[in-house]
Design a binder for this molecule. Structure first.
Ligand SMILES: Cc1cc2nc3c(=O)[nH]c(=O)nc-3n(C[C@H](O)[C@H](O)[C@H](O)COP(=O)(O)OP(=O)(O)OC[C@H]3O[C@@H](n4cnc5c(N)ncnc54)[C@H](O)[C@@H]3O)c2cc1C
Length: 239
């Protein structure tokens, strides 16, 4: 197996269970497309079976560097190994690979839908594509469960300030806070927002969905029922 190496340069906690890792690759020419992922080899004692975990790159394509945004899963081998890494430590990985990349089509609006760390590849796509496509409308629908699960809100707000063609909604399925709703925060699952879309809203749209399987399947089905052709819906499933 042809693997590459990268060194952790920064570990940032984004919430109580989501963290961001910044790596510098051993090969300074390492490149990736927004939306792609890498597959990390977990260190194992001699003779033990190989364990690999895939992670979408969350940063804007930058030579020799990449960021990951990872949810810590209780007793999860991959996420706990990555969370334990200290700056200076190395990972071994294969990639980048993946077809969840931006499809250039200036005539189409772009609808991005992500839940939890499913935001990772969408953030990479937005950061790369917004400066290149000032006349194309981009809308992101981002969902998490609780206020304590929110992350990358400042980054999204900055993108919306810098790019008039970008709007986004962050919605909490269980806000458990009157303040959130009182301050105009959105409540409900991402599917509740999609419910309101009409086939007219979805005309000339390319949709990008990323997150856990159930959400992706549900959203795919809803978009198709509302008339969006299968070929206009791109997705990445984390499980
Ligand atoms: C192409 C691809 C890209 C991925 N990109 C990311 C990414 O950018 N960030 C990320 O956090 N994960 C990502 N994943 C998921 C990741 O590969 C692991 O499955 C995840 O980290 C759990 O691995 P683990 O060994 O810690 O736990 P395991 O014991 O292997 O998994 C435990 C459970 O966690 C669930 N799970 C997996 N991912 C998530 C998640 N993000 N949120 C909630 N539950 C989850 C699984 O369904 C499983 O039931 C990606 C998966 C794929 C296939």
């Amino acid at each position: 197996m042809d693997t590459s190496k990268a060194t952790l340069t920064k570990h940032t906690d984004l919430t109580y269970n989501v963290f961001e890792l910044t790596f510098t690759t051993e090969d300074p020419a390492f490149e990736y497309k927004a939306g792609q992922f890498i597959t990390i080899k977990l260190p194992q004692p001699e003779g033990e079976p190989l364990i690999m975990r895939s992670y979408s790159i969350s940063s804007k394509p930058t030579k020799g560097q990449f960021e990951l945004c990872i949810k810590l899963i209780e007793k999860g081998k991959g996420s706990n190994y990555l969370n334990s890494l200290k700056p200076g430590e190395e990972i071994e990985f294969i990639g980048p690979v993946g077809h969840f990349t931006f499809k250039t089509n200036p005539d189409k609006r772009v609808l991005l839908i992500g839940t939890g760390t499913g935001l990772a590849p969408l953030k990479s796509i937005l950061e790369e594509q917004l400066p290149n496509n000032p006349d194309q409308k981009f809308h992101l629908l981002f969902g998490v469960r609780h206020i304590k699960d929110l992350f990358y809100q400042d980054d999204l707000s900055a993108l919306a300030t810098q790019h008039e063609n970008f709007t986004y909604i962050t919605t909490l399925s269980q806000p458990e806070s009157e303040d959130w709703v009182a301050q105009g925060g959105k409540e409900g699952r991402v599917t509740a927002y999609l419910e309101k879309l009409t086939p007219e809203n979805l005309q000339k749209t390319n949709a990008y969905i990323c997150g856990l399987k159930n959400m992706v399947l549900q959203v795919q089905e809803m978009l198709q029922q509302k008339g969006l052709p299968k070929e206009a819906v791109y997705f990445e499933r984390f499980n």
